[in-house]
Ligand binder design. Structure first.
Ligand SMILES: *Cc1c(COP(=O)(O)O)cnc(C)c1O
Length: 396
């Protein structure tokens, strides 16, 4: 296939993309328009939890698309109820609202918290979020995010998202006032560079929330669905959040996300929340297939074993190249490069011949790894070996 310049020019230019078109994928491998293969440790930004085109998900989509694609959200459908039952059964939550993106799930979480504040906390509406956090690209979720510069691009912001510092309880406590209704955080800050909230911090936030009558909201769009070695990252600290959002890996690649809430917080009334595509059977059928794969016996043990292997391999690379170590949970990890050559490494890995490799550098001084959760030990070893070669080339 030829690279199509007129096609490129017909798209809005929203980011800089390399001059290649991916045409097919299988497991941890992608193939571009020239037939070149790439080992993929980005997986659509932690979206393809079972790799590219996993047979179980392909089958579920094929079968569901032949049966029923969308009866409208005004009616019940089987796959959405099946997936909701599975999610509530596996978590501390009682009610699910399906959305089409993580940002939309977070918008729902914000609306639900504000509604709850109106009903139970005299109209309290402020949600304490964190510096460097990422919650999405809608106006409210950009306002909730702590990404530098995001407060001004589309000003004025949505009001009511004071920012605290991650793992600093006093900075949270200092922001609580009569108008505060919730605290919202990622259990591991993903876009910020894979920075985990400590277990102690999570427990202290729960305590503070209980003390002050606030809701604890976890944005598990990136950390949920097995990514950190447990089905949900909040389980690591043993806290019980009031609201959780899921996205990315929940659909195995298709647009599916979810707002999950405990019964006492599920206070939407008819007309408060909805959406044309929300909970459609085609996407939720894919979600059921993903859920059943992640919860099959032995699956999470394997995720933890691969996470351990990746962690050790990255540590060895760090020692060899005089880097600053690695961090993360499960199969969401970062290598701290100690220099700002993350972009150069990502590019060199992609352009490597005859086979390329996809890596991600959310910040110039680190690489983030988000392989398929069913990545094999051999694929991890191959990635580590190639990364070593790439670093050797980039650092001369
Ligand atoms: C990716 C991400 C989002 C946004 O999800 P979209 O599906 O891109 O809207 C929100 N929160 C976190 C933690 C994320 O990683």
């Amino acid at each position: 296939m030829k690279f199509d310049r007129s096609g490129v020019n017909a798209l809005m230019e929203i980011t800089s993309r390399p001059e290649l078109v991916f045409v097919s994928g299988q497991g941890s491998w992608l193939e571009d328009h020239t037939g070149k293969r790439y080992l993929d440790f980005v997986q659509g930004w932690a979206v393809n939890s079972l790799g590219h085109c996993p047979p179980g998900v392909v089958k579920a989509i094929n079968e569901q698309s032949a049966r029923l694609i969308n009866p409208s959200p005004a009616f019940y459908n089987e796959p959405s109820m099946e997936l909701a039952k599975r999610l509530t059964g596996a978590s501390c939550f009682d009610r699910i609202f399906f959305t089409n993106s993580g940002a939309e799930a977070n918008e729902g979480a914000i609306k639900l918290a504000r509604k709850w504040g109106r009903l139970h906390r005299k109209g309290a509406f402020k949600i304490i979020t964190f510096d460097h956090s990422f919650h999405g690209r809608t106006l409210a979720t950009m306002s909730a995010s702590g990404k530098p510069g995001w407060d001004t691009i589309f000003a004025p912001q949505v009001d009511g998202f004071p920012k605290a510092n991650l793992n600093d309880l006093d900075s949270v406590r200092a922001l609580v006032d009569d108008q505060t209704v919730a605290i919202m955080l990622e259990p591991v800050q993903g876009e910020a560079g894979v920075i985990p909230a400590t277990r102690e911090f999570m427990r202290s936030l729960r305590k503070l929330a209980d003390e002050k009558g606030l809701l604890l909201i976890v944005d598990e769009v990136q950390t949920g669905m097995g990514r950190t070695g447990k089905l949900f990252a909040y389980e690591h600290s043993g806290v019980t959040p009031d609201i959780m959002t899921l996205g990315k890996g929940i659909g195995g690649g298709v647009p599916l996300a979810a707002l999950c809430a405990r019964e006492a917080v599920s206070c939407f009334e008819h007309g408060d929340q909805g959406g044309t595509y929300n909970g459609n059977p085609l996407m939720t059928a894919a979600g059921v297939a993903v859920f059943d794969a992640l919860t099959a016996p032995g699956f999470m043990q394997e995720v933890n074993a691969r996470g351990q292997q990746l962690s050790e391999g990255l540590l060895a690379l760090s020692a060899k190249w005089g880097m600053k170590g690695e961090r993360g949970e499960g199969l969401l990890r970062a290598l701290l490069l100690g220099r700002d050559d993350g972009g150069a490494i990502v590019e060199a890995a992609r352009d490597w011949a005859p086979e390329g490799m996809l890596l991600n550098a959310p910040r110039a001084d680190l690489l983030r790894f988000m392989p398929a959760l069913n990545v094999t030990a051999e694929e991890i070893n191959l990635m580590l070996k190639r990364l070593d070669d790439v670093i050797a080339e980039v650092r001369g």
